[in-house]
Design a protein around this ligand. Sequence first.
Ligand code: FAD
Length: 516
Amino acid sequence: MPLCLILQLLSAVLLSILLFFLRSSNIFYNISFQVPVDLTSDYGGIIHGSPAAVFRPSSPEDIALLLKSMYYFPLHHDVTVAARGAGHSTHGQAQARDGIVVDMRSLPLSITIVDGDGTSYVDAGGGALWIDVLKETLRHGLSPRSWTDYLYLTVGGTLSVGGISGQTFKQGPQISNVVEMDVVTGKGEFVRCSEQENSDLFHGVLGGLGQLGIITRARINLRPAPPMVVWIRVKHHDFDEFTKHGELVVNSGEVDYLEGFIKFGDAPQSHQPKKDFSRFGAARCVKPRQPTAYYLLEMAIYYADDDDDDAAEEKLEKVLARVSSRSSVEILEVSYLDFLNRVRAEELSLRRVGLWDVPHPWMNLFVPRSQIRRFNDLFLRTMSVSCINGPIIMYPTLRHKWNLNTSIVVPQDEAGEDVFYVVGVLRAAPPNCTVGSSCLDGLMQQNEQMIRMATGRGSSHDGGGMGAKQYMPYLKSEEEWREHFGQKWKRFEELKSKFDPSNVLAPGQRIFKRKK
Ligand code: FAD
């Protein structure tokens, strides 16, 4: 295989020499056959697939050149290409076994503020980290509206999956906050796209799992950045009350962020004043016994400016009156930057004790509102035989905030509900639960069992038939993908034939087989 790959790369070099006379090209210098270990795996640490080569573009044109050469001079028909952002996928999605990984982080950092028609935007490179986008926009008193919980992910990486957090119910996911993109298609064409221009590619790429092209720039809308945030956690013991309160807040739009967590055991008591709230907890395995389950609603209210204290206080009172008795409430005030970057401190402390780079058998689902109680029961039943190490996220969001023309798939509630739930079972494997061990296989099987029951349509008698959809799906065959996309499949398949007809891109998603 490496010989075939060398032939394929030779074609890229030949093309680059050809083009050299037209313009200077770096492509020859950008290919390396020495693959660093960290590029052979990902955050999940479960699937390992070494590429034959790493391509480190110094400009979007380099990416276009590589893909163009592969399309027009296919010296070997097995070679695939995967863009790799921060590599924070969990099931090999950014890998290209024996193919070429395009290291998007090697592109020069490009983040520029753009003013237009009374609104401000940021133009961010596809390989830029969201933390860098935040820091640059804050220098101008501005900020993107929609976030992920963790910011050390790339713009291209999250726009390829959706990009969601506690702001989504109000601002839509990140893919609903993009107005224009530059994309290099699987044919090596450099295309500018938006709602008005090349809209099929624009919609297809957003949430399109890297299948149609590589995002090299995204224009994202901005808002004035609030300096401070009131960060609130309200403890619930009753599941129905937890969901009722979460939905009340989401529908009233009174807060700027809302998430929820399922926890087990006694809530930690600390008499030290807190600087932030933990989501990972004390990195140890907790036996999820049902009687000890409790639920946290986490909310945030942004202050618009220093004079706004009273308004924020008023909002806080109103929200608390809706959701709680005061005894179960914790409140912190933190800067906007610290709030958005809250997972970083936990990452660093897990890294210090060697618990960040462990396998992560994660599972993410969108569950229809009408099924969330059944899903909670299924989750508690399935987990009763294990221990849980990592956050369990569960919160409501609103369907009408999602641009359904994009490639993302969200559930269609039979009851026609606007609310659906984001569920993340974000476990870290306990010590000794290594790749290939029966213990890790057991965790993966538990996930599969829950996914099968939650995503199944069939009957509800056997616990299935919830009509949920996987977010960042881990699926293994075209058949399963067909089922996942449902009515969107035909269009997605057509877009794939149009923009990546040889099925070169993002093989790690396991959707389309490379065409021979
Ligand atoms: P990678 O893992 O490198 O790539 C992911 C996919 O996108 C691959 O198929 C790849 O080929 C493709 N891709 C990468 N770059 C591009 C590009 N420029 N153009 C086209 N395709 C590209 N997600 C949320 O929505 N909300 C969260 O709160 C959240 N929190 C997270 C916290 C942690 C600790 C981790 C590890 C992940 C979290 N995620 C969250 C998931 C994360 O958004 C996705 O895994 C995302 O794809 C990771 O971005 P990345 O840059 O690491 O992409």
